[in-house]
Write a protein that binds this ligand. Sequence first.
Ligand SMILES: CC(C)(COP(=O)(O)OP(=O)(O)OC[C@H]1O[C@@H](n2cnc3c(N)ncnc32)[C@H](O)[C@@H]1OP(=O)(O)O)[C@@H](O)C(=O)NCCC(=O)NCCS
Length: 131
Amino acid sequence: MIYGIGTDICDVRRIAATLGRQGDRFPQRVLSDAEYAIWQARSARWPQRGLRYLATRFSAKEAFSKAIGTGMHMPMSWRLCEIANLKSGKPVIVLHGGLKEWFEAQGLSAHVTVTDETDYAASFVVVERDK
Ligand SMILES: CC(C)(COP(=O)(O)OP(=O)(O)OC[C@H]1O[C@@H](n2cnc3c(N)ncnc32)[C@H](O)[C@@H]1OP(=O)(O)O)[C@@H](O)C(=O)NCCC(=O)NCCS
């Protein structure tokens, strides 16, 4: 059964402005270690792609926080919710630490989709419960 749904739209220009103000501290706070490595590689090759990557991750994490109903509060936290990609490119949610334990203890699973255009990134998350 469906446990919750969440959606988010993110203005890429606001992400760029925050990055401009905070520099690396911003992606370090929002991205998991694996995401941060991808962000660095993409940003180094093409800054705009790095920015879009950061914006879609930011948006998907917010959408996930809504789907589980906590917002950005415990047990949810930015770095414990990773948006990875399968070989095909399909995004998948990989949880860590206390968030993973909490999520699995309740028999939950998640589906995520993300999209972006020049100035916006958007995400949609569905969380299911197995009983
Ligand atoms: C849920 C949350 C993530 C959404 O915040 P937001 O991006 O400011 O706002 P959005 O416009 O995307 O979404 C707001 C909507 O989320 C929904 N929402 C709020 N709390 C929610 C919750 N606990 N569960 C599910 N949905 C929630 C509401 O419908 C709200 O709209 P409404 O008040 O008109 O009904 C927010 O409650 C939160 O925890 N924000 C923390 C953000 C933060 O830490 N930013 C720091 C940047 S590093």
